[in-house]
Design a protein around this ligand. Structure first.
Ligand SMILES: NC(=O)c1ccc[n+]([C@@H]2O[C@H](COP(=O)([O-])OP(=O)(O)OC[C@H]3O[C@@H](n4cnc5c(N)ncnc54)[C@H](O)[C@@H]3O)[C@@H](O)[C@H]2O)c1
Length: 312
């Protein structure tokens, strides 16, 4: 049986995810959106790229969840993106309603699926999907760290004039201004970054990584990044569907790991057929732990806003 992936939200990130999933022939894809005609139209358009691109999977679109039944993976991209001047947190309650509804519906039709959340503010939307779906924690995962790490590696590649493929790095924490790029563990084919660049340059690149999403929002003016976010989400989909067991930074629900309980924080995880198959606890230096504490604190604050406003 061919695998099936549902992508909720047929906007910029969702449609780009569908294109990449099809291009890699990972699964049949069902696009779901509230706007009538958009998922159907984009689904058909994507299907018609198959004969040219050389992929052969089914891509369909719908405004309801029945066609999504028994999906293996559900990628939730439904929701508002940022506009210039907005923080991810400004999207909180509007996207809470959207993610709550999407999760309820999607989980009803695919009770065994693995949920990958993309909608911002990411860590709070993961918590929403986890709470609403009641899925076990290994089956609800947030996409942020893969993207943040890709941005960090891109900027380092530009600075050093080396292939981005030679740069190993890890960005932990929440998906926001408090994310934690681990400079100490960044290397260029094993050579510590700290031996290759002075501290001021590294600090500037860390800051540009933290502002990486905002930099693109400023250029685009009407929305946020989507090519790299979709690429990052599909790397996670692929690791799950092919049981590759890649170790990737993802938002995972922590139950005591790193000293946090009951919230999603970006940490290195092993992604395989069971979803999050292992959470790695990296030994952190005191300054790194302090930054992670700040980041986790910001996530906790958003969750308490949801709890107060939504009365849950
Ligand atoms: N986690 C990350 O790193 C990351 C990166 C990029 C974007 N994002 C987030 O992803 C989300 C989508 O971004 P985008 O650029 O694709 O936005 P977009 O506006 O292009 O697409 C969003 C789509 O969601 C649809 N939608 C709204 N409510 C819905 C509902 N209840 N059910 C189904 N579909 C619904 C809209 O009609 C629209 O087509 C945003 O919240 C954005 O902030 C996250």
């Amino acid at each position: 049986m061919r695998k099936k992936v549902t992508v909720v939200g047929a906007g910029n990130v969702g449609a780009s995810c569908a294109l990449k999933i099809a291009g890699k022939e990972l699964a049949d894809v069902v696009l779901v959106d509230v706007v009538e005609g958009v998922p159907q139209g984009k689904g058909l358009d994507l299907a018609q790229s198959g004969p040219v691109e050389g992929y052969d999977v089914k891509i369909t679109g719908a405004n309801d969840y029945e066609p999504t039944a028994n999906s293996d993976v559900i990628v939730i991209t439904a929701g508002f993106p940022r506009k210039p001047g907005m923080s991810r947190d400004d999207l909180l309650m509007a996207n809470y309603e959207i993610v709550r509804n999407a999760t309820e519906q999607a989980a009803k039709f695919s009770p065994n699926a693995i949920l990958i959340v993309v909608t911002n503010p990411l860590d709070a939307m993961c918590w929403t999907a986890f709470t609403v779906s009641k899925f076990s924690r290994n089956r609800v995962i947030g996409m942020a760290g893969v993207l943040d790490t890709a941005r960090y590696r891109t900027f380092l590649g530009m600075e050093l004039g080396v292939s981005v493929e030679s740069i190993q790095a890890l960005v932990l924490g929440g998906h926001g201004d408090t994310m934690v790029p681990l400079v100490r563990l960044t290397s260029v084919s094993g050579i510590p970054l700290t031996e290759l660049l002075p501290k001021e340059r590294i600090d500037a690149i860390v800051q540009r990584t933290r502002d990486g999403g905002a930099e693109i929002v400023k250029y685009l003016k009407t929305g946020s990044a989507y090519y790299a976010p979709a690429a990052a989400a599909v790397e996670m989909v692929e690791s799950i569907l092919k049981d590759k067991k890649k170790v990737l930074p993802c938002a995972a629900y922590l139950e005591g790991e790193y000293g946090y309980n009951g919230l999603f924080v970006g940490v290195p995880v092993k992604l395989g057929a069971q979803g999050v198959e292992k959470i790695y606890e990296v030994q952190l230096a005191p300054d790194e732990k302090a930054m992670l504490d700040k980041s986790a604190g910001a996530v906790r604050e958003l969750i308490s806003v949801i709890q107060q406003k939504a009365g849950i």
